[in-house]
Design a protein around this ligand. Structure first.
Ligand code: NAD
Length: 414
């Protein structure tokens, strides 16, 4: 049964379908599907009360044929090796499908960072950076933010790396602007998801102002996607975070909600809305559903109750392979994660190039180039899907696998 697959197996499942299209051999598949390198490190952290806690940290490099390894760092209790490995593989296919010159990696610490003080988070981040430092480098492996990490986390990583190697802003992306971050990086993943969503909406002939959108997760990806969708005339009817969600049929005033969330640290209880659970949000009758929190939230247990027309995967791997099949059979248009949330890594690439050039781009230039890359990737994938009679996800993987396979052949890896 597909549902019994772990996350890495699930990514490999989509990879294999693409490999079938190109008749890749077993040995080519073994190299391309497997991870190149996996590091597990011990992270002892002195807590403010004098206790010593020990956490497990990981950095997984999946494939570097197309360029330096690239991928975010996640602090979460589910950031175990298997999960990080799957996310690293997704990065390989993501950087390839949007044609930026990076490979795929991911890092994580198996920890709940919510109760930690800033001092504890800083000590943990610095120790983790030192432990995985032997793998990092601006031409080797470049981290970025992911769940529960942010620009401040990247500043600590840059500083810790710099203590050994000298000032190296291009060692991480998603940095604060004051330390060489790029304008537009913070909003880039959400903005990219809305650009991809807009292409899907156009294709289905829907009018943006008639589109109801439900977004699960109101962190970096979800909150920016909500704001940009709202500014673009869409009706965002539901959003949620880990504490629950809010619903308003006529559309939520997103700028006001952002202010409320900054004050209260949650969307819960926003005046003028009804409460809604995270489970129910996924089942709302809406034109667009955007899961933008964690993985495998749509699975065999709830897929039959999902009622959207378009599903935009803001999060990584929010739909299990079996649920993907059910939704595709129902005619739901799925914009797959490796395209839908690629905006972040695209602008990370812009940030890296700005750091190397030591020349900052204006925000309009960043956003314009992001839009061009997202739209051209969407249309290229759509054209391939039409030509082969396959889904957008199958087409995205096919293009990505072909690109990584070609680079691997040229280098003599396979
Ligand atoms: P984040 O930590 O900023 O936000 C996560 C959000 O999800 C928060 O609102 C949190 O409350 C909510 N959440 C957590 N557990 C939940 C649950 N059980 N139910 C509902 N909501 C829950 O993280 P992020 O950077 O926005 O990342 C979200 C997703 O997008 C992840 O899958 C991540 O891998 C993916 N992604 C992020 C980026 C990026 O640039 N940040 C890029 C590509 C993909």
């Amino acid at each position: 049964m597909l549902e019994t697959m772990g996350p890495f197996e699930a990514v490999t499942h989509f990879f294999n379908r693409a490999a079938d299209l190109d008749n890749l051999s077993d040995s080519e598949r073994a190299v391309l599907a497997g991870t190149y390198r996996e590091l597990r490190v011990q992270i002892p952290v002195w807590r403010d009360d004098g206790r010593l806690d020990v956490f497990a940290g990981f950095r997984v490099q999946h494939n570097g044929a197309r360029g330096p390894y690239k991928g975010g760092i996640r602090y979460h209790p589910t950031a175990i090796l298997e999960e990080v490995r799957a996310l690293a593989a997704l990065m390989t296919w993501k950087t390839a499908v949007v044609d930026i010159p990076f490979g795929g990696a991911k890092g994580g610490i198996e920890v709940d960072p919510k109760p930690m003080s800033m001092g504890e988070l800083e000590r943990m981040t610095r120790t983790y950076t030192s432990q995985i430092g032997l793998l990092l480098g601006p031409n080797r492996d470049i981290p970025a933010p992911d769940v529960n990490t942010n620009a401040q986390t990247m500043a600590w990583i840059m500083d810790q790396y710099g203590r050994k190697y000298g000032h190296t802003p291009e060692i991480v992306t998603g940095k604060p602007i004051a330390l060489g971050g790029s304008y537009g990086r913070d909003a880039a993943t959400g903005r990219g998801a809305v650009i991809a969503m807009h292409e899907a909406v156009r294709e289905t002939g829907l009018a943006p102002d008639r589109c109801r959108i439900a977004i699960q997760g109101f962190g970096n990806v979800g909150s920016w996607a909500a704001q940009i969708a709202y500014e673009s005339g869409y009706r965002v009817v539901a959003v949620s975070d880990s504490q629950g969600g809010v619903y308003q049929e006529d559309g939520i005033d997103i700028p006001k909600l952002v202010g409320y969330q900054i004050e209260t640290s949650t969307v819960n209880g926003f005046p003028g809305t009804e409460p809604i659970s995270n489970e129910h949000l996924l089942e709302l009758p809406v034109e667009v559903l955007m899961p933008a929190a964690l993985g495998h939230v749509i699975n065999t247990a709830n897929v039959h109750r999902v009622r959207c027309r378009i599903l935009v995967e803001g999060a990584n791997y929010p739909v299990t392979p079996q649920a993907d099949q059910v939704l595709s059979d129902q005619g739901v248009l799925i914009v797959p994660d490796i395209l839908a949330n690629a905006g972040g890594v695209i602008v990370s690439y812009f940030e890296w190039t700005q750091n190397i050039q030591q020349f900052r781009w204006e925000e309009d230039l960043v956003n314009g180039r992001l839009t061009n890359r997202m739209v051209s990737a969407y249309r290229r994938i759509r054209a391939f899907a039409e030509a082969k009679g396959i889904s957008l996800r199958e087409a995205a993987y096919a293009i990505a696998v072909r690109s990584v396979s070609e680079a691997s052949h040229l280098r003599g890896y396979i």
